[in-house]
Design a protein around this ligand. Structure first.
Ligand SMILES: NC(=O)c1ccc[n+]([C@@H]2O[C@H](COP(=O)([O-])OP(=O)(O)OC[C@H]3O[C@@H](n4cnc5c(N)ncnc54)[C@H](O)[C@@H]3O)[C@@H](O)[C@H]2O)c1
Length: 367
């Protein structure tokens, strides 16, 4: 039997990206191709997905050769918490889940992150299948990092964990809310800029189809996101100052905005979009050679229907400055920001002048 330990991350994610693959889930598990057939299989399912897909889940229970336990679960940033984690661990314990058993998750990024963390710590690691169902969690799925929020800080507690299988079937993506769908496009835009000018050019041409929820185009950009994620994580699995940091483009500010107590809370992708504009503005001031990227970043974000300004005037530049200084992504005393010097050229700007940072926040609020 394959064993998993947190301190030995083997970054070799198995992944299926194929329309219709979710219908074959029992067959995939029964085949034992990814891990030996478990005695028990817990499937934690986002409640909204659960309520909309009773037939699919009923068929899963009928066709899988393991004893299956389906558990509808509330998702969201508040659920991705220590109490949420404890519920999962208690459920595993009460159902006598052993190391050769397995857990699966169907849902958005919050549930996938939390279940991956639970799978990494329960009995020091059990088998897991990750089935993301929001665009954002497909473009940037949980291979590598698994986490929960705590004390108002995003992903404060977590581990490094690679699920045995990630299965992406874009025909089951959440498309009932334009706002939640579009939020995923922010990570697509980020991936294209990290990748190359060619990817940005193609994305510009494909944007209408992506916004129009065309499955073929979604599939293309899910693959791009995973390619970019893999290229950044390989060789720097633990995120220790290798290429991993590139994935944080836009996230220095996004982590703060997403947790901010605003009247209309920003989604992860909306926060990343604003964080990318902020980073492009600040870098344009530090490194004028990069200033051409600001207008293109903003244009793509706008074409996606994402906000280019925060929706609230409750954002205080001094408070944000302070939070950026204290950020868990800050390794030095001054403020560090992940920035883009050119297409495909991500860098860390260290000791950024606080006045330029404040100017960047002012630009974001007012322009
Ligand atoms: N681990 C990673 O690599 C990674 C990558 C990106 C984002 N994240 C994390 O993911 C979170 C954001 O994820 P999210 O935007 O998916 O949020 P989410 O998990 O809260 O899901 C958003 C909403 O979609 C609903 N939903 C999910 N799938 C559905 C479906 N198929 N049909 C109908 N409704 C459905 C949920 O009930 C929820 O209301 C953040 O916490 C972020 O840190 C993690």
């Amino acid at each position: 039997m394959k064993s998993k330990y947190n301190f030995q991350v083997k970054y070799n994610p198995a992944i299926i990206i194929e329309e219709g693959s979710l219908l074959r889930l029992p067959e995939i598990i029964n085949s034992g191709a990814y891990f030996p057939l478990p005695r028990r299989f817990i499937l934690v399912v986002d409640r909204a997905f659960h309520d909309a897909n009773g037939d699919l889940l009923g068929k899963f229970v009928k066709d899988i050769k393991s004893e299956a336990l389906i558990w509808p679960f509330e998702s969201g940033e508040n659920a991705k918490s220590l109490p949420g984690l404890m519920k999962i661990l208690d459920f595993c314990s009460k159902n006598s889940i052993k190391r050769d058993d397995a857990i699966g998750v169907i849902g958005g990024g919050t549930l996938c992150d939390m279940i991956a963390f639970a799978a990494s710590v329960y009995l020091r690691g059990i088998h897991m299948i990750n089935i993301p169902t929001t665009l954002i969690s497909c473009v940037d799925p949980v291979f590598g990092k698994a986490a929960i929020n705590h004390g108002g800080v995003k992903n404060l507690i977590g581990s490094y964990f690679v699920p045995d299988l990630t299965l992406i079937d874009v025909s089951f993506l959440k498309k009932d809310s334009r706002r939640y769908y579009v939020t995923g496009i922010a990570e697509v835009i980020k991936s294209a800029f990290i990748d190359s000018k060619r990817s940005v050019d193609e994305l510009e041409a494909d944007m209408a189809g992506l916004v129009g929820m065309d499955n073929g185009i979604i599939d293309k950009y899910v693959k791009l996101g995973i390619k970019v994620k893999t290229s950044c994580v390989l060789g720097d699995e633990l995120g220790l100052r290798g290429k991993h940091f590139r994935l944080s483009l836009g996230h220095n500010l996004a982590d703060i905005l997403e947790m901010a107590d605003l009247p209309d809370r920003l989604t992860h992708g909306e926060s990343v979009a604003l964080g990318m504009i902020f980073a492009a503005y600040v870098n344009g001031r530090i490194n004028p050679g990069s200033s051409h990227l600001l207008s293109r970043t903003k244009a793509l974000i706008s074409a996606a229907g994402l906000p280019t300004r925060p929706n609230s005037n409750a954002i205080q530049p001094d408070k944000i400055l302070d939070l950026l200084r204290k950020s868990k992504k800050n390794y030095d005393k001054g403020i560090s920001l992940v920035v883009l010097n050119d297409y495909g050229k991500v860098d860390n700007a260290n000791n950024v002048d606080p006045e330029i940072v404040k100017e960047g926040i002012g630009y974001l609020i007012n322009e």
